[in-house]
Design a protein around this ligand. Structure first.
Ligand code: ATP
Ligand code: MG
Ligand code: MG
Ligand code: MG
Length: 484
């Protein structure tokens, strides 16, 4: 089943059950705590918080999401993309646990010729929050599965909150067992409270149902919070990963092989002369290319331009990682003009702005590739010399001074230096590097104070911005909640 059909069936299923179909919002969150929309509920937050009255009791959407905290997992797990689409259904004080479980289960297991996804019930495992007996009973009733098939996970996995006092609640997930090729055998009755990491690609999480019922008075961490009482209105917020269901229904090994991403890998194979599926490290690069080309295109489509902090830096990093992964696959030429139009052709039918706004999108992406090629040209030799010297002298760490010089003179952001060092089996004195950056910032501030009022000001501020970029971006990252 192609993703267009999976998407269509999702919306049709919930529309038939009385949900208003709502278009995806932009990936750019209108929220001071979030750089990007990272879940389907984000655009509905004011309704859940009771700040605004929703014009409907039930809604459904397929929301564009960006999760930069998952960037290092791309290609390494089988299931993480930096851009993906989250199919969701939402109840604002309308149906609750029973309704959410029934609606999700019927879509997932109804036969394909009856509008469902036809997933094999014998391979599905619901998970609940440890001790959520009500949810266990409901799952047993709705699915006919025995109690032993229902996995109980701790609050780290299965309790959702926004990290601040306000609404919260237990989650229930639908997991699909992909079999022994993807992880070790397991016993559902003894799983938990944490999900073993080596099982996460085998027991694939496809859908998360949040039962928003509690009023939290304190949230100290994901698994440490105080429940003050019940919310006056109980809500439902769910998220099903379109790409993950597609990988199951298309019989693929990972999300990068589905119809929305594989065409870019195929083009990258042609350009590099290498074949996907032969070498593990190359495969990770192919996946990074397919994923990052798409996510950067979607971000530019939503109005982001490359920059040194915040969203702009995320975009810059995605574009640069795509270009560098192609280099590591052996492509020295410009690659984005070859790859991005392929991604546009697969995503364009759903996101028409990619087609109508293409000239601008392409121009932004290609200009960034050109600038990056110049940076690499200037700095790669210096980096290689430094790396050789470290190895020759029997060391394993690139000094903070080297990393700083690469940044200061050649414009290498620290994560580029970190990645290039890791490829050579080296680490970087990152803490020392941050110290040098802080010193330079102090110097710039002192200079600015000394020159106050003179024309030097703007130059100095520009310098501060340049230096500050990567550090600030890391701070933003910590504000994004990775999972719930
Ligand atoms: P995981 O544990 O696999 O990282 P998660 O618990 O972080 O997933 P949720 O925050 O519960 O995911 O998001 C709801 C759904 O969105 C998930 O069940 C999954 O299907 C999908 N999803 C989450 N992260 C990604 C991603 N990086 N790429 C593709 N789909 C994702
Ligand atoms: Mg999870
Ligand atoms: Mg996650
Ligand atoms: Mg989850």
């Amino acid at each position: 089943m192609d993703t267009a059909e999976i998407r269509r069936r999702f919306l049709a299923h919930f529309e038939a059950a009385g949900h208003a179909v709502v278009d995806s919002a932009s990936t750019l969150a209108n929220d001071p705590n979030l750089l990007f929309v990272n879940a389907g509920m984000v655009p509905f937050k004011p309704y859940f918080l009771g700040q605004e009255t929703p014009p409907f009791d039930r809604a459904t959407s397929v929301q564009k999401c960006i999760r930069t905290p998952d960037i290092e997992d791309v290609g390494k797990t089988t299931r993480h993309a930096t851009f993906f689409e989250m199919c969701g259904n939402f109840s604002f004080g309308d149906y609750f646990k029973a309704g959410a479980i029934e609606l999700a289960w019927s879509l997932v297991t109804n036969p394909v010729d009856e509008g469902g996804y036809g997933l094999d019930k014998d391979r599905l495992y619901p998970s609940v929050l440890v001790g959520d007996d009500e949810a266990i009973e409901l799952w047993m009733k709705v699915t006919g599965l025995p109690r032993e098939r229902i996995v109980q996970l701790g609050p780290k996995e299965n309790y959702w909150s926004m990290g601040v006092p306000g609404p919260g609640g237990p989650c229930s997930e639908i997991l699909f067992d992909r079999g022994p090729d993807f992880g070790p055998d397991f016993d559902a009755t003894t799983l938990g409270p944490d999900m073993p990491v080596d099982l996460e690609d085998r027991l694939l999480e496809i859908w998360n149902l949040v039962f928003m019922q509690d009023d939290l008075s304190a949230v100290r961490s994901k698994s440490d919070f105080d429940i003050a009482g019940s919310l006056p209105k109980k809500n439902i917020d769910t998220g099903m990963g379109l790409d993950r269901v597609a990988l199951l229904l298309q019989g693929k090994k990972n999300v990068y092989e589905i119809d929305l991403l594989y065409p870019v890998i195929a083009r990258a194979e042609q350009l590099s002369g290498k074949t996907y599926g032969v070498d593990r490290e190359d495969d990770v690069r192919f996946c990074v290319v397919a994923d990052h080309v798409r996510s950067s295109m979607m971000l530019i489509g939503d109005g982001v331009t490359p920059g040194n902090d915040g969203r702009g830096y995320v975009l810059r990093r995605l574009l640069r990682r795509a270009v560098r992964s192609m280099r590591l696959l052996g492509c020295e030429d410009r690659v984005l003009p070859e790859l991005m139009p392929i991604s546009r052709d697969v995503m364009g039918p759903v996101y028409g702005n990619l087609v109508t706004d293409w000239e601008r999108i392409a121009q932004v992406a290609y200009a960034e590739e050109d600038a990056f090629r110049k940076t690499l040209q200037a700095g790669t030799q210096i980096f290689d010399q430094a790396a050789d010297e470290v190895k020759r002298t029997g060391g394993a760490t690139l000094s903070s001074e080297r990393a700083f010089a690469l940044h200061d003179t050649y414009g290498f952001p620290i994560d580029l230096t970190l990645e290039m060092a890791a490829e050579q089996g080296l680490t970087v004195d990152e803490q020392g590097f941050r110290g040098l950056m802080a010193e330079q910032r102090e110097r710039a501030k002192a200079d600015a104070r000394a020159k106050k009022g003179s024309h030097g000001d703007t130059v100095v501020y520009r310098g501060i911005l340049d230096e500050h970029g990567p550090t600030e971006w890391l701070a933003y990252e910590t504000l994004e909640t990775e999972s719930r």
